[in-house]
Ligand binder design. Structure first.
Ligand code: SF4
Length: 394
């Protein structure tokens, strides 16, 4: 193999803080394995400059408010049609019971994660909502958030594509909102591609929602999905699109790099999953491109054997980890044991710390509804006290 001198030159510049141009990023996302260690070292150094040697996670409960969804992504086992085995809209009693259990287990985040706008296509779901006293799924989600807040948990909702009005409805009862961009390429909506039957995965609509969240000053979680048929260059384009949104509005509190996991009985059951080096290379490019201050996350349950590699590639966050509920989107992927993850982090020279769903840099009246500020302060104080005890125990 010929040493990849061009990539090495770009990496050396990026490590000095020169950032990445689009052609640079295109080159690095395809760099040879011989320069991969250099790429990871540069990305790790940039992460250390902004985030130090602290890696975070959020202790959460995952509430699948409804798994009915009007879209049909080719990789998804979460979604159901009404009447399918496992089709489920959580009742008020279930939500109340789950959040109470989560609070007892020390959770601080209630993740409301659900299918996209099922009432648009399923009359029976409209009936369910009517019986619950609501005319939309989002109105019911707002009530679920109020239940979580009353139990002392901070809601974070990812309900797919939302209108401005819907985000305004959710903002006062959510510390942050989320929507994966997934990928900026409209090609993935074409015939035979994973989003052919998913109108809500139209990239322009997702970019528009994320921009509107910025105008509404909502701390926002987004990210890309790796391995669903996109090219390496389309991954870079997607990261630049996120960087542009953040430059315009400053509200992207974290960027997730989520690797596709194939699931039986889906149209993508036999599609190849991204390898560890591929994931690490993309994370490192993301870090160099997004810079030292952006929070970059990789889900630990989707790469159980590669936690050390992900740390070296430049992440500073593991996302939500739940002691009480599965990852309903990837039910085969168990959460790591937090103490084991902390040990791995320590062996790599990092301290694992719990955080809230809203990152500290967004705990500010511009981004946080005043009615949530007291709970945010109280939960942050609980984490600080737990950290002091944990440090004292060492
Ligand atoms: S990935 Fe999300 S939008 Fe796509 S089918 Fe599954 S639940 Fe629906």
């Amino acid at each position: 193999m010929v040493f990849d001198r061009d990539s090495a030159h770009i990496i050396a510049g990026a490590a000095r803080g020169a950032g990445l141009t689009l052609p640079d990023a295109y080159a690095l996302v395809r760099c040879n394995d011989d320069v991969l260690p250099m790429l990871l070292a540069a990305a790790g150094a940039v992460r250390d400059r902004g985030k130090g040697r602290t890696v975070t996670y959020s202790r959460k409960v995952f509430l699948p408010i409804t798994n009915l969804c009007r879209d049909r992504c080719s990789y998804c086992t979460f979604r159901k049609d009404p009447g399918d085995p496992g089709a489920w809209t959580m009742t008020r009693a279930e939500i109340t019971e789950w959040v109470a259990r989560a609070r007892r287990q020390g959770c601080k985040e209630a993740l409301m994660c659900l299918g996209d706008r099922p009432e648009a296509v399923f009359p029976s779901h409209r009936e369910t909502l009517r019986a619950l006293g609501h005319d939309s799924t989002i109105a019911y989600v707002r009530e679920a958030c109020e239940i979580a807040l009353a139990a002392g948990l901070l809601p974070h909702t990812n309900a797919g594509l939302l209108t401005s009005e819907e985000m305004r409805l959710l903002r006062p009862v959510n510390a942050s909102l989320g929507l994966m961009l997934e990928n900026v390429s409209p090609r993935l909506r074409a015939r035979g591609m994973p989003h052919q039957h998913a109108p809500d995965k139209e990239p322009a609509r997702r970019l528009a929602m994320i921009a509107e969240a910025g105008r509404l000053h909502i701390p926002f979680t987004t990210g890309i999905l790796l391995g669903i048929g996109e090219t390496q260059e389309e991954r870079v384009d997607s990261l630049f699109a996120i960087a542009d949104l953040h430059a315009a509005y400053g509200h992207i509190q974290e960027v997730i790099l989520q690797n596709f996991r194939s699931k039986p009985a889906t149209p993508m059951a036999t599609a190849p999953e991204p390898g560890a080096a591929d994931l690490a290379r993309t994370i490192a490019v993301a870090r160099l491109l997004l810079g030292p201050d952006v929070n970059i996350q990789a889900p630990p349950n989707l790469s159980p054997s590669n936690h050390r590699l992900l740390l070296r590639a430049g992440i500073n966050d593991w996302g939500g980890i739940s002691p009480v509920s599965s990852d309903y989107v990837n039910p085969e992927a168990a959460w790591p044991v937090i103490s084991t993850l902390a040990r791995t982090c320590a062996e790599e020279g990092f301290v694992l710390r719990e955080r809230l769903t809203i990152y500290p840099e967004y705990v500010h009246p511009q981004y946080l509804d005043p009615d949530l500020a007291t709970l945010v302060d109280r939960l942050a104080e609980v984490i600080r006290t737990e950290d002091v005890h944990a440090d004292g125990a060492h």
